[in-house]
Design a protein. Structure first.
Length: 539
């Protein structure tokens, strides 16, 4: 959209600003200047009081809290230095452009939020105590599915649940390979990679992006053609936050079978859980790519230490009979029986995996009210060699020994399509040679310092315990399971400083990301504690 002639906007701006309800307390000069700038760069129809939210108002808090998944960061009062100076919640491209321009003009920082699921809250909190504007893109949530061409246009604030729902509404033989939790936002998820049950068959969400719309550091709207292949490469796995504000993705839908088989098997120590885990890691990445067999070791929250179990979660592109045949041949020890297996449509399997197993309506996937009720910390690893059978008991005990909180480990098998995609095809480097990804999570029930310190201690201890068994030099990690323990950018963001954390996420792709950053945002406007630093060709 073209920006209006400046003289016109200035006149309108004066009118609009005077229409705003007068706030109870006088605005600070920064607030006034930002408001003025926004009105100058917005079309005349803009109602600024529906766009811009100041602290200490109920709308500010409700918007701020609306998509925060991790309760650890859900306070607007306990540490005001870390929360936004103001929130912009637009529904038009031009307001996003205006926000970038004005934030930059006033020398403020910017945080961009789509679905609010960042593990460390970087889309809405700042740990470096610099005043920032939060751009909340929750209103950018349309999803348009084009079955004929096998594509979908997904705005960044749409949840994965909405994307899945909209696809299923139009077709029973199309799907999309992305994450499992339906409330995740398309903005952060796809720009960070995006991994789910179809990863072995179709790769990551980012591997299935055809085009993107992005607002750059100058407030210009770019598409794949105008941004160029380097920037288009960077935002498919390198994280959006370092490069611009992504507004939408055009994605390729993938074929799914009309019937999908699922089942979940629970095993305790007495059922041979450790042998099964051992066997699992030898076969899960080698099976036909239609079989996705996730494993987990977990202790259900607040259920004492007896609730400890290994969990095997299956999804198969086909019917039960065929899946049972595959299991009988490659994993008879698991003892799967016909009664364990259920056949359903792909969209029903999405609900099954999301934990909706009691006939909830599909519309549940559209429900944005996030009531997680947990305080979380996550970490990740990649495994290249099977962990020795003897080591599993130690891992089990490490998790089993924890009480009063839920510590768990999810293991997602790779192989299949992931082996076929070269390491540098996208910034996400964890391809061939990885057997599986591990996600560690600890969840606890209140924000007392004792609870949180102890929870962080147990997950860090488990991570330390795992060191001998996982990838090394670097110990690889997945950006979307963001972990500030990896390291953070210090005040002067340098390439070598950032390599400390960057190599874990991006391995050999880190340098190219930094070079792209140097080209598209040389002044490092788009930054956070783990943003890519600019590197210039001459360095
Ligand atoms: C309960 C839970 C389950 C999860 N399950 C999975 C899973 O199955 N598979 C998986 O791969 N991951 C999973 N994740 C991780 C998830 O993919 C990431 O947290 C993802 O980044 C969230 O995207 P978001 O838009 O919701 O987050 P946000 O917090 O909004 O953003 C995350 C990051 O992306 C940046 N960003 C967001 N939107 C934009 C934009 N429009 N333009 C530029 N930058 C932007 C933010 O600034 C921030 O740095 C899970 C997370 C949670 C909390
Ligand atoms: C602008 O939005 C506010 C809040 O929704 C509303 O109260 C007000 O009437 C609107 N003003 C105009 C001019 O539409
Ligand atoms: C918000 O309220 C708190 C506590 O009442 C106060 O300290 C702070 O200055 C207020 N912030 C603004 C921007 O008005
Ligand atoms: C708690 O553990 C018991 C015993 O293992 C089990 O039967 C029960 O289902 C568990 N409850 C939850 C909520 O997981
Ligand atoms: C959405 O989910 C919340 C929390 O689980 C629930 O209270 C609410 O009723 C749901 N809304 C709809 C429309 O299903
Ligand atoms: C937090 O949870 C722990 C464990 O359940 C409990 O012992 C403690 O009293 C709780 N603290 C607060 C402040 O609620």
């Amino acid at each position: 959209m073209e920006i209006l002639p400046t003289f016109m906007i200035s006149i309108l701006a004066v009118i609009l600003v005077s229409l705003l309800p007068s706030p109870t307390t006088a605005l600070s000069p920064t607030h006034e200047a930002f408001l003025h700038c926004l009105s100058v760069h917005s079309p005349p129809s803009t109602n600024l009081s529906q766009l811009l939210y100041f602290p200490n108002t109920t709308s500010y808090s409700s918007i701020y809290l609306s998509t925060i998944y991790n309760l650890r960061f859900a306070s607007t009062t306990s540490n005001s230095a870390l929360t936004p100076l103001f929130i912009v919640s637009p529904n038009q491209d031009i307001h996003v452009q205006a926000t970038v321009i004005c934030t930059r003009n006033l020398d403020l920082h910017l945080r961009v939020r789509s679905g609010g699921h960042d593990y460390e809250g970087l889309s809405y909190r700042s740990y470096d105590h610099r005043p920032f504007v939060m751009l909340d893109l929750a209103k950018f949530q349309s999803v348009t599915v084009d079955v004929e061409h096998g594509t979908a246009l997904v705005e960044v604030g749409a949840t994965l649940g909405k994307l899945y729902y909209k696809i299923a509404e139009k077709s029973s033989v199309h799907g999309f390979p992305a994450g499992i939790c339906p409330s995740i936002g398309a903005g952060g998820h796809i720009s960070g990679g995006g991994m789910g049950n179809l990863v072995r068959k179709y790769g990551l969400a980012a591997d299935n992006v055809l085009d993107a719309k992005l607002v750059d550091v100058n407030g210009k709207v770019l598409d794949r053609k105008s941004m160029g292949e380097d920037l288009f490469w960077a935002i498919r796995g390198g994280g959006g936050a370092s490069f611009g504000v992504i507004l939408s993705w055009k994605v390729r839908l993938v074929p799914v079978t009309p019937k999908v088989a699922v089942f979940t098997i629970h095993k305790g120590l007495g059922d041979g859980a450790l042998d099964l885990l051992d066997k699992w890691q030898h076969i899960s990445s080698k099976l036909h790519e239609d079989v996705y067999m996730e494993a987990a070791i977990r202790q259900p929250m607040y259920n004492g230490t007896n609730g400890m179990e290994a969990l095997f979660n299956f999804q198969f592109m086909g019917g039960c009979e065929e899946l049972l045949g595959i299991m009988e041949e490659s994993f008879p020890e698991l003892g799967v029986e016909a009664k364990d297996c259920k056949e359903m449509s792909w969209i029903q399997s999405v609900m099954y995996y999301a934990g909706y197993r009691n006939g909830e309506p599909f519309e549940t996937l559209l429900n944005r009210s996030v009531v997680s009720g947990v305080y979380l910390k996550g970490k990740s690893d990649f495994v290249e060699e099977p962990i020795a059978r003897d080591a599993w008991k130690g891992i089990w005990d490490e998790i089993m020994g924890v009480s009063g909180r839920s510590l768990l480990m999810y293991m997602a098998p790779y192989g299949g399509k992931m082996d076929e995609i070269p390491e540098s095809e996208t910034p996400f480097p964890h391809r061939k040679g990885n057997l599986y990804n591990i996600q560690y999570l600890v969840a606890w029930g209140n924000d007392s310092a004792e609870e949180s310190d102890e929870s962080l201690r147990v997950i860090r201890r488990l991570y330390k315990h795992m060191r001998p068994y996982v990838s090394k030099n670097p110990r690889a990690a997945y950006l979307n399971f963001r972990d500030l323990d990896m390291g953070i950018n210090k005040n002067a963001i340098s390439y070598s400083g950032a390599q400390v954390w960057g190599k874990h996420y991006f391995k050999i792709n880190f340098k190219r990301l930094a070079l792209v950053k140097g080209q598209v945002d040389s002044e490092n406007f788009f930054r956070n504690e783990q943003s890519i630093p600019p590197l210039y060709r001459s360095e």
